[in-house]
Design a protein around this ligand. Structure first.
Ligand code: GAL
Length: 873
C-alpha cells in the first residue's frame, strides 16, 4: 500500500512538471499479452454438443459479460456455461498443447486444398479452436478493475477465466472488452481459456481465423474512463483558433457514489501516438458526481491557438490527456489521440477537407496481409499503406468490416483518409453463415462500437453501414439503414454515413435518403441520373473498376475479354480485361472528372488479397452484381462452365499491386493520374519475346506527361499526344524485334520523364534487396526482402521462374515467402519457391529479445548464391 502511494506521489510530481501520463503511472496499465499462449484444435472428446449453441444460436451469446454496453443489456446464459469442460479449468494441464504467440491465424498455415472454395482462399479457416493463457496478478492488483481487450478474434469467441464463463463476442472483426474482475485471483496465476468456433461458408473472401489481432490486459482503478469513453470535436475553427468540445465518460465500480474532477491537457502527438512537448491547452472540470455502478460524463470546451490542422499532406495530430482525480488523488489517466480538421461532402463539388476540395483517390482493402494471412502485423500493415500512399492514394476503405485499431492510427499519422465499414450483409445473407445470423442481435452493438472506437481519429471521414447488402431493395432495408445511421449519428454527429449499393435501381428508391451520402458501387454510367433524379442528395463512388490482371503476364492478341485457353488461370496485364460489372481505370477517371460531385472513388482493390479469384471464382454471389437480365444469364452460364473444371486460383487478381506488394502495370496508371506532378512514364509489356519476332506486339504507355515519343532500337515509332489527362497512349502496330524500347515523355513541351525497356539476357544472378536491414527484437518486426532474377547486366529477367531456396542464420526467421502468383498452392511458410515473372518475396522476422547479425542466403540452381546481411537489435 505504502509502495503504491509512493509511486503515485512520484507520478503526481512528474505530472506537476509536464502534465503527461508517465511510464511510472500506476493508475492505468495496458499490457500486451500476445506472447506465450497454448493452442489446441477442437473440443475435448465427450463435450456435449450443447456447446454448439455458442454458434448456432448466436442470440444467446452475451456481449462483454454482465456489463451494460451502449445502454442495452445483452442476454447471457444462466450459470457457468461450459464450466464442465476440462479445457476451461485453471488446473487443466495444457503443456501438451502447441505454444504460440498472437496474433495467430491458424488457416494461413494451410495446407491449401484445390478442392476448397477459391473464394475463401482454398484454406481451412473453419472449425473449433481453443487458446489458453496463464498470467499472473500480484497482490498490488487487489482492488483494481481487470479487463481483457481483444482487438479481433475470428470468430464466435467465448471466454472463460479461471474456469468461470466470462462472455464473448461473435463478430470476428469486432474489437471488444470483457470484465475479468469478478473472476481473477490476485497474487496467483490466472488462466484464460478462449474458444473460437469459426463457421464455414460465412464469407465471400478469406476471413482468416484465430485470435488474429492484439490482446491486452487492462488494469485500472475502480473509477476510470470508460472504454472508448471520450469524444473530441471542433465546434469552431479558423486559422487563429480552434474551439474544441470534449466529453469524458467516467465509470464508477467503487461500490459507492463518488465525486471526481477531470483535468485534461492537450498536447501535440509524437510518432507513437503519445503526447509531446508542452501543453497547448487545458481544462479542469468542477467536481462531478457519479453514482455507484454507474457513469457520468464531463463535458467541456478548450481552445487551441493557431491549430495545426490534420490533412493528407500534413497529418498533424494532438492528444488529450485526461486525468481523473477522486478525493484529490489521481485514479486514472487516459489518452485520446485526435486531430483538428473539417470535412464536408457537398452535393455539387464533392468532398472538402479543411475547406479545400480534395478528390478521393481511395482504394478498398481487405484485412489480410498476403502471405501473413489475417494475423495482424503493424509493420506489414504500414508497408501496405506506404505502397498505396506512394502510388498517390489518399484514402482507404476497410472493405467490408471494422479494421485493426493500429491501422486507423497509422492512417492518422500517414495522412490517409478512411471509410470504415460495418459488414457485408444485414438481415439477408450472401453465404449460409453470414453476418445475417448475427444482425438482429448484434448490429447495434457492432455499429456503435465501431463508431465509438474510432470517432476521434481524424483520418476517418465517414462510416459505411454496409456493402452491397441484399436488403438494399427492400422496405425492411430502409428501416435498417435508418437505424444504423441513427446509431452512427448518436455516437458521432460529426461524420456522414454511407452505404455501398450495387443495384442500379436503388438510386430511385428511398434507401438513398437513409444515409448522408449515397454510395454507388460500379454503374458509373448511372452518375448523370443522380442529378436528374435526386439533385440535392450527396453521392460518392464507393467502389469502382474491379480491373483484373496478373503481374507480368501479357497475352496476344490484346483483347478485352478473358480467354482461358491462353492463360493458365492468369490474366493479361495489358489491363484491358474487366469483369462484367467493372471498368478499366481510365474509364472511371473520365467519370470522376465529369462528375466531380461523386467525390472521387474507392478502387477495388489496392492490394491483391486472399480469396475471390474472379473470374476464376466459382462463388455464385458474383451473380448478385448483375442487374441486367441478359448479363445475369451470361454470367450464370460462365459460372456453370467454370464449375466443371478444377481451378487452382486462391487469391484475387483485382489488386493494383500483387499479393507481395509488387506493382502491376496498373500501378503506373494510377500513379500517373493520381500524382500528376511526379514525372512518371511506364512502358508495357516487357521486351523478351523471342517467339514473337516480326509479330505485332502492342506497346502501351502510362504517363503523367501529356505526350510520349517511342523508339525501338533507336527508330522512332511516333509521338502520341494525350487528349485527356487520363489517356493511356498506345502503339498497336509495333512489330517485335529484340532490343531497346525507349519512351520519352513530355509535359507542356518540356521533357518530363524517360523509360527504357530492354530485351534481357538469360538469368545470371540474384538481386536481393531488403526493404530494411535493421530489425527491432520485439518479436514482431519484419523485413520484406525482394528477390529478382537478373541477367549478366543486372536487368530483371521478366519471364524467369527460377526455383529459389532461402535460408537464414542468426536471430531471425523466415515467416513467409511469396511470389504474387495467384495460382500457387505451395504453403506460404515454405522457405523455397519459384520466382514468378522474375520476382519473389521473403518476409523475415527478428527473434524476440535476441540480437545480432542475420544472414539471409538465397540460392538457385545454376546461379551464384547471394547473401544479405541484416541486424536485429
Ligand atoms: C463488389 C464487392 C466486392 C468484391 C468486388 C469484386 O461487388 O463489393 O466485395 O466482391 O465486387 O469485383
Amino acid at each position: 500500500m505504502k509502495h503504491r502511494f509512493f509511486i503515485s506521489l512520484i507520478f503526481v510530481l512528474i505530472w506537476g512538471q509536464n502534465g503527461v501520463c508517465s511510464e511510472t503511472l500506476v493508475v492505468r496499465e495496458r499490457i500486451n499479452i500476445n506472447r506465450d499462449w497454448r493452442y489446441q484444435e477442437n473440443d475435448p472428446v465427450g463435450v456435449d454438443s450443447a456447446l454448439h449453441y455458442f454458434r448456432l444460436k448466436p442470440y444467446l451469446l452475451p456481449c462483454a459479460n454482465n456489463f451494460i454496453i451502449f445502454g442495452k443489456k445483452h442476454r447471457r446464459p444462466e450459470g457457468n456455461p461450459g464450466g464442465n469442460i476440462a479445457y476451461v479449468s485453471s488446473d487443466f494441464d495444457d503443456s501438451g498443447w502447441r505454444q504460440l504467440n498472437l496474433p495467430h491465424d491458424w488457416a494461413i498455415e494451410g495446407p491449401f486444398n484445390i478442392d476448397y472454395m477459391g473464394s475463401t482462399g482454398k484454406l481451412p479457416y473453419w472449425g473449433i479452436r481453443w487458446y489458453r493463457k496463464t498470467f499472473e496478478l500480484t497482490e498490488s492488483d487487489a482492488g483494481k478493475q481487470i479487463y481483457l481487450d481483444i482487438d479481433g478474434a475470428m470468430s464466435y469467441a467465448s471466454v472463460w477465466c479461471n474456469g468461470q464463463y466470462v462472455g464473448g463476442w461473435p463478430y470476428g472483426y469486432a474489437s471488444f472488452r470483457l470484465d475479468l474482475t469478478p473472476y481473477i485471483k490476485v497474487g496467483q496465476k490466472n488462466v484464460l481459456a478462449i474458444r473460437l468456433d469459426n463457421p464455414d461458408d460465412a464469407s465471400r473472401w478469406y476471413p482468416g481465423s484465430g485470435i488474429y489481432r492484439n490482446v491486452w490486459l487492462l488494469k485500472t482503478s475502480p473509477v476510470h474512463v470508460e472504454q472508448w469513453g471520450t469524444f473530441v470535436r471542433n465546434v469552431q475553427l479558423n486559422q487563429e483558433k480552434a474551439i474544441m468540445e470534449m466529453g469524458v465518460n467516467v465509470e464508477n465500480h467503487a461500490g459507492k457514489d463518488v465525486q471526481v474532477e477531470v483535468r485534461t491537457g492537450i498536447y501535440l502527438q509524437d510518432e507513437n501516438g503519445h503526447p509531446m512537448g508542452d501543453k497547448v491547452a487545458q481544462y479542469i472540470t468542477k467536481s462531478i458526481a457519479i453514482k455507484k455502478d454507474s457513469w457520468a460524463s464531463a463535458r467541456f470546451q478548450f481552445e487551441v491557438d493557431a491549430p495545426k490542422l490534420w490533412s493528407i499532406d500534413t497529418p498533424n495530430c494532438y492528444v488529450a490527456v485526461s486525468r481523473i482525480f477522486k478525493d484529490g488523488q489521481e485514479v486514472d489517466c487516459y489518452e485520446t489521440p485526435f486531430g483538428i480538421r473539417t470535412i464536408e461532402f457537398t452535393h455539387d463539388q464533392g468532398f472538402m477537407l479543411n475547406g479545400r476540395k480534395v478528390a478521393i483517390k481511395g482504394v478498398c482493402m481487405h484485412h489480410d496481409l498476403g502471405a501473413l494471412g489475417a494475423a495482424f502485423n503493424k509493420v506489414a500493415a504500414e508497408r501496405q499503406l506506404r505502397i498505396m500512399k506512394e502510388m498517390g492514394a489518399n484514402a482507404i476503405r476497410t472493405s467490408h468490416n471494422p479494421p485493426a485499431p493500429e491501422l486507423v492510427a497509422l492512417c492518422d499519422r500517414m495522412g490517409l483518409m478512411m471509410q470504415l465499414e460495418l459488414a457485408d450483409t444485414w438481415q439477408k445473407g450472401k453465404r449460409k453463415n453470414d453476418y445475417n445470423l448475427l444482425f438482429d442481435d448484434w448490429s447495434e452493438a457492432d455499429m456503435r462500437s465501431l463508431v465509438r472506437h474510432y470517432r476521434n481519429h481524424p483520418s476517418v471521414i465517414m462510416w459505411s453501414i454496409g456493402n452491397e447488402v441484399p436488403d438494399q431493395m427492400t422496405d425492411q432495408g430502409i428501416i435498417i439503414a435508418r437505424n444504423l445511421t441513427a446509431y452512427c449519428h448518436d455516437e458521432d454527429p460529426t461524420r456522414p454515413t454511407s452505404l455501398g449499393c450495387n443495384k442500379r435501381d436503388a438510386i430511385f428508391r428511398d434507401i438513398v435518403n437513409q444515409v448522408d451520402i449515397f454510395g454507388l458501387n460500379y454503374f458509373h454510367k448511372t452518375y448523370p441520373l443522380f442529378k436528374e433524379y435526386n439533385p440535392t442528395r450527396r453521392y460518392h463512388a464507393s467502389e469502382t473498376s474491379s480491373a483484373t490482371s496478373s503481374r507480368g503476364e501479357y497475352f496476344f492478341p490484346v483483347t478485352t475479354h478473358v480467354d482461358d485457353s491462353r492463360s493458365g488461370f492468369q490474366l493479361s496485364s495489358y489491363d484491358m480485361t474487366t469483369i462484367g460489372w467493372g471498368c478499366a481505370p481510365e474509364v472511371q477517371f473520365k467519370m470522376n472528372e465529369e462528375y466531380p460531385f461523386m467525390s472521387g472513388e474507392f478502387v477495388w482493390t489496392g492490394f491483391d488479397y486472399l480469396g475471390e479469384p474472379t473470374p476464376y471464382n466459382k462463388d455464385l454471389t458474383n451473380l448478385l452484381n448483375f442487374s441486367d437480365p441478359a448479363e445475369l444469364e451470361k454470367a450464370r452460364k460462365e459460372l456453370e462452365e467454370l464449375g466443371k473444371i478444377k481451378t487452382p486460383s486462391r487469391s484475387s487478381y483485382f489488386g493494383i499491386v500483387d499479393l507481395c506488394g509488387f506493382p502491376k502495370d496498373r500501378y503506373y496508371n494510377y500513379k500517373s493520374y493520381w500524382c500528376p506532378d511526379v514525372p512518371t512514364v511506364h512502358i508495357l509489356p516487357h521486351w523478351n519475346w523471342e517467339e514473337r519476332i516480326g509479330k505485332i506486339t502492342p506497346v502501351h504507355i502510362y504517363t503523367s506527361g501529356d505526350a510520349v515519343e517511342l523508339f525501338l532500337n533507336g527508330k522512332p515509332l511516333g509521338r502520341r499526344e494525350k487528349i485527356h489527362s487520363y489517356d493511356r497512349l498506345t502503339w498497336d502496330d509495333v512489330h517485335y524485334e529484340p532490343g531497346v524500347l525507349k519512351a520519352v515523355a513530355y509535359k507542356n513541351g518540356q521533357k518530363w520523364a524517360e523509360e527504357v525497356v530492354e530485351t534481357t539476357g538469360k538469368p545470371a544472378a540474384l538481386q536481393v534487396t531488403p526493404e530494411k536491414t535493421v530489425l527491432k527484437n520485439d518479436g514482431t518486426d519484419l523485413s520484406f526482402i525482394r528477390v529478382a532474377i537478373v541477367d549478366s547486366k543486372g536487368r530483371a529477367v521478366p519471364r524467369s521462374k527460377n526455383h529459389l531456396k532461402f535460408s537464414v542464420s542468426g536471430p531471425a526467421e523466415i515467416v513467409a515467402t511469396d511470389n504474387g502468383d495467384a495460382t500457387s498452392l505451395l504453403p506460404f511458410q515454405l522457405s523455397e519457391r519459384d520466382a514468378y515473372n522474375g520476382l519473389a518475396l521473403v518476409i523475415l522476422r527478428g527473434k524476440y529479445m535476441e540480437q545480432g547479425k542475420v544472414i539471409l542466403t538465397v540460392e538457385s540452381k545454376g546461379l551464384p548464391k547471394q547473401k544479405v546481411i541484416l541486424k536485429v537489435k
